[in-house]
Design a protein around this ligand. Structure first.
Ligand SMILES: Nc1nc2c(ncn2[C@@H]2O[C@H](COP(=O)(O)OP(=O)(O)OP(=O)(O)O)[C@@H](O)[C@H]2O)c(=O)[nH]1
Ligand SMILES: [Mg+2]
Length: 404
């Protein structure tokens, strides 16, 4: 960098940082590959819809990979599901299908690119049938031996607790006999179950266990695939929030490292772009795909002077409690082994704090949006953008109110 003026040097440094950050935001999310197997009627489709939303199977291309495997994928949802359809484990024909499923899985499992491999298997057994046949155990054994995260999902868990426990023990015992005692079984009722007592009385058993299934799967997925799985699932909001904190942290750290607010004139526009990229990523985590245009609109029409973003928003930080949140976040990260100190992002590092502030505000707003809109409405981009602008403006007003 010899011969450059100080300003040129800074500009160059900034460009390099920008490049680094834009790759960060373009990476998108990894796609988790999950096999959902089980005999016909076990409740596979119901489970898939409950965890990933009906959009996946409806608009996704359900294309037959083999006679008995259907693949579901939709560009907006970072998950790929292989569903074994119509498997009847007793028949002759099914024995052939199982062989072909095993072959497909084995091929995938050994793929050179880790992203192409199968990342987890959910094997569904329906409680109402009370059946866990020898042929199923053999099938489970084959899949389990590929050393993938393997979970047995005991589906359609309505009915008496003791009976469910009894059946679960039966499965466990059978597994033990085949050296599969370590397989986890998770009880699930994917959607509410209505029991008609008589003409006027309907008792509803509410859905349970999906969060446990998501948590267990997540804890066993390879690290590099987790963010995709979290974005794709619709069950655990806590997990989404955690992933968003990681995103905010990345951007805040970059802002701090880049000292964006040291040369305001060069950085104002850059910072806007970072915030936009961060909003886009957070949106994806909540299954909300926002185009650049939409994010732009949100930023323009929120009651903040975004073009003057280094002044208006920084002062009242502590009054909203975001400063504490940010400090906590940074200490958490430090515990995780990150080389970051709370003092690393001092109170006077406006860009980093501002980015974190926007990040948290956006996550809060999207969570509110989730409460407010139905799954169908969340697909309507105009409605999402309009509502987000409303929520953000309310939050900012709230903030002003507290200041006074
Ligand atoms: N209420 C309720 N019904 C369920 C649940 N799981 C499955 N069912 C019902 O059980 C039946 C079979 O469920 P599916 O999800 O279609 O089963 P599948 O495993 O996809 O079956 P195939 O596609 O034939 O292999 C359907 O009528 C579902 O409505 C559940 O969690 N709650
Ligand atoms: Mg099905």
């Amino acid at each position: 960098m010899a011969g450059m003026t100080g300003e040129e040097k800074l500009r160059r440094q900034q460009e390099e940082l920008d490049e680094k950050l834009s790759t960060l935001s373009e990476e998108g999310l990894p796609t988790a590959n999950i096999i959902v197997a089980g005999i016909t009627g076990a409740g596979k489709s119901t489970l898939i819809n409950a965890v990933f939303g009906s959009e996946l199977a409806k608009t996704g291309i359900g294309s037959p990979v083999t006679e008995n495997i259907n693949e579901y994928h939709n560009d907006d949802i970072p998950v790929r599901i292989w569903d074994t359809v119509g498997l009847e484990l007793d028949s002759e024909k099914t024995a052939r299908s199982i062989a072909s499923i095993k072959e497909t899985v084995a091929q995938k499992a050994s793929a050179e690119d880790q992203f192409d491999r199968i990342h987890a298997v959910w094997y569904c057994v329906g409680f109402p049938s009370r059946r866990y046949q020898d042929s199923e155990v053999a099938f489970v054994k084959e899949l389990h031996s590929m050393h993938l995260p393997f979970i047995i999902v005991l589906t359609q868990c309505w009915g008496r607790k003791e009976e469910i426990t009894e059946f679960e023990n039966k499965i466990k015992e059978k597994n033990r006999q085949h050296g599969l005692g370590d397989i986890n079984i998770i009880r699930v009722l994917a959607t509410d179950y209505k029991i008609e007592i008589d003409e006027d009385t309907v008792v509803t058993k509410p859905a349970v266990g999906l969060d446990a299934l998501v948590e267990e799967t997540l804890s066993r997925l390879p690290e590099f695939i987790k963010s995709g799985f979290v974005a794709a699932q619709r069950v655990s909001r806590g997990q989404k929030r955690e992933q968003c904190e990681n995103i905010i942290y990345e951007y805040a750290k970059e802002a701090q490292y880049g000292r964006w607010d040291n040369i305001p004139l060069v950085k104002v526009f850059t910072t806007d772009r970072k915030i936009m990229a961060m909003f886009g990523k957070i949106g994806r985590m909540y299954n909300t795909i926002l185009s650049e245009e939409s994010v732009n609109k949100i930023m323009k029409e929120s009651g903040v002077d975004f073009s003057n973003n280094f002044w208006g928003l920084i002062m009242p930080f502590d009054l909203v409690g975001y400063s504490d949140k940010i400090s906590n976040l940074l200490s958490e990260k430090k515990k995780d082994g990150f080389a970051v100190k709370v003092e690393d992002i001092p109170k006077n590092n406006r860009a980093a704090r501002m980015i974190a502030f926007y990040g948290y505000m956006f996550v809060d707003s999207i969570e509110e949006l989730w409460e407010k809109l139905t799954e169908q409405q969340l697909k309507d981009v105009d409605m999402v953008v309009r509502n987000l602008i409303g929520i953000i403006n309310d939050k900012l007003k709230e903030r002003k109110g507290r200041r006074n």
